[in-house]
Design a protein around this ligand. Structure first.
Ligand code: T5A
Length: 213
């Protein structure tokens, strides 16, 4: 008997958007429907990927070239995809990832102004035809996101960027969502946590109740 492939869901947004908090909420909802859920993150998600993450986010290292940053994001992703995401999906588990390739388009493409054709080339190389099933984009004004992130703890290397950098990232995320409305669920993350969780619940229920294709 063949096993039905699990779904791959990603959680995206600027700093402090509430991805991590809501990912845990989505996990509980999906598990309640009887599925096995693997939670992961990028950069990171594997032993090698977590080492790459330490380098990427370390505020004490000298300035990193934007190409290096992009390539390290994809090095972490190659490891994550081959060793964690794909094996879990094939087993029928669902995988929830705190960030994925949309973050490279938004941060390195929008934020750092790297030509998106170069990012697409890396995407094709590392992921081939693999596609995300659903992306939750937590959208909120940059100032609110940064104030939430700041209240949570010390800024990492990327969080130290100026507000204009995050405005470009937010615009890029919204642009991607507008171009792929079936894949993206845009969540108004400026609301209270309760209200944001209700929006997530509605979108997750649709996925959980969807008949297998
Ligand atoms: N990156 C990543 C790239 O540049 N390119 C890439 O390809 C990839 C994959 C990773 C960094 O790497 C970059 C992007 C990032 O800069 P990260 O681990 O994803 O970093 O971390 P951050 O985005 O920095 O995560 P944050 O923790 O800041 O944001 P979250 O996860 O969106 O927010 P969360 O859930 O931790 O909430 C932040 C605070 O706000 C509160 C929470 O309790 C928490 O204290 N909060 C709310 N408060 C009020 N109302 C609500 N609705 C709230 N929701 C959450």
């Amino acid at each position: 008997m063949s096993v039905e492939r699990g779904l791959f869901l990603t959680f995206e947004g600027i700093e402090g958007a509430g991805k991590t908090s809501n990912l845990q909420h989505a996990k509980a909802l999906i598990e309640a429907s009887g599925k096995t859920v693997i939670v992961s993150r990028e950069p990171g998600g594997t032993e090698v990927g977590e080492k790459i993450r330490e380098v990427l986010l370390n505020p004490e290292l000298p300035a990193m070239h934007s190409d290096t940053e992009l390539l390290l994001m994809f090095a972490s992703r190659a490891e994550h995809y081959r060793h964690k995401i794909l094996p879990a999906l094939v087993k029928g588990d669902w995988v929830l990832s705190d960030r994925f390739t949309d973050a490279s388009f938004a941060y390195q493409g929008g934020g750092r102004a790297i030509d998106t054709t170069r990012i697409t080339t890396l995407e094709d190389w590392v992921l081939g035809k693999f596609k995300v099933d659903k992306t939750f984009l937590f959208d909120l004004p940059v100032a609110l996101g940064l104030s939430r992130a700041k209240a949570r703890g010390a800024a990492d290397r990327i969080e130290q960027e100026e507000a204009a950098f995050f405005e470009r990232i937010r615009d890029c995320y919204l642009d991607r969502a507008a171009h792929e409305p079936m894949r993206f669920s845009v969540i108004d993350a400026s609301q209270s946590l309760d209200s944001v969780q209700q929006q997530v619940e509605q979108a997750v229920q649709v996925l959980v109740n969807k008949p297998a294709t």
